[in-house]
Design a protein around this ligand. Structure first.
Ligand code: FES
Length: 287
């Protein structure tokens, strides 16, 4: 039986140190209200600005409009856009191709995936001006409802689209991934007589590991933050619950110790991600 399922024996001396649900809610509310107070102050600062002014840094450059010609799904789209426009915004707002979806807008979810030059890219992370003359394929260019791409048919047949929002990105990603199996380096590996398992595992999958490792590293921050809530709600003994207890009893050295430990763990995880980068991709050299 795990610790969470067992009743916890509490001595009278310890009772003050054990946090009730009410205390946890109070401590969480205090943390939340601190954040909300900061937000409210920021909103007041914005409201106090003269009409038309923004909170941009004084030396923020004005947008520079540029002429860009994108080739999307075999058609040319001459655009005059802010140089900071991403491919995703150019597709959705300027080309009228709404199939690629904006999820996180930070390169984490893949909903915006399109195919550029035969490779998958997160279109929210790349500028349209960088794709001048390049060929981009979006979900609209793969097939139509009447004449679907085989990958689209497979998604429909096997009910693979869940809520459907990020399905265009998943389909583009899958199409490009299968295209990757025809790349020169895969042909070279096969021509050397490597078994298919090694071709996929050591060459193809390895190339796909970098973004995966990046995301896992970033998600660790969420996991660590989540322990505070999970351990408090389910009364698991752990670091998160200890931190809440320390906050509720104003045990400042313990608070500092917990935060320092969390920071060290987070830094070590990111260091590990950096080391893994160099292992996965031999082109990365920190020397
Ligand atoms: S919108 Fe999430 S990766 Fe681009």
């Amino acid at each position: 039986m795990n610790a969470a399922a067992q009743p916890i024996n509490i001595n009278d001396d310890d009772k003050t140190a054990i946090m009730s649900r009410r205390t946890m809610v109070q401590a969480s509310s205090a943390l939340l209200s601190t954040g909300l107070a900061g937000l409210s102050m920021a909103q007041q600062s914005v409201a106090a600005l003269p009409a038309g002014d923004t909170l941009m840094a004084p030396d923020d450059p004005a947008p520079v409009f540029m002429r860009v010609q994108l080739q999307v799904n075999g058609k040319r789209y001459p655009l005059n856009i802010d140089g900071r426009t991403t491919v995703l915004d150019a597709l959705r707002e300027h080309c009228g191709l709404k199939g690629s979806k904006k999820g996180c807008d930070h390169g984490q979810c893949g909903a915006c995936t399109v195919i550029s030059g035969g490779r998958r890219i997160n279109s929210c992370l790349t500028l349209a001006v960088m794709h001048e003359g390049g060929k981009i394929t979006t979900i609209e260019g793969l097939g139509t409802p009447e004449n679907m791409h085989p990958m689209q048919r497979a998604f429909v047949k096997h009910d693979g689209y869940q809520c459907g929002y990020c399905t265009p990105g998943q389909i583009c990603s899958a199409v490009a991934m299968l295209g990757e199996l025809k790349a020169d380096y895969v042909r070279t590996a096969r021509s050397k007589g490597l078994p298919e398992r090694d071709v996929i595992g050591r060459h193809v999958m390895r190339n796909a590991l970098l973004p995966f490792v990046t995301i896992v590293g970033l998600m660790m921050a969420n996991f660590i933050g989540g322990t505070v809530v999970t351990e408090s709600v389910f009364t698991y003994p752990g670091l998160g619950r200890l931190l809440i207890q320390a906050i509720s009893t104003r045990d400042y050295p313990l608070i500092q110790g917990c935060i320092l430990f969390i920071l060290v763990v987070f830094v070590l995880i990111n260091l590990l991600v950096d080391v893994l980068y160099a292992y996965i991709d031999p082109r990365i050299d920190y020397g």
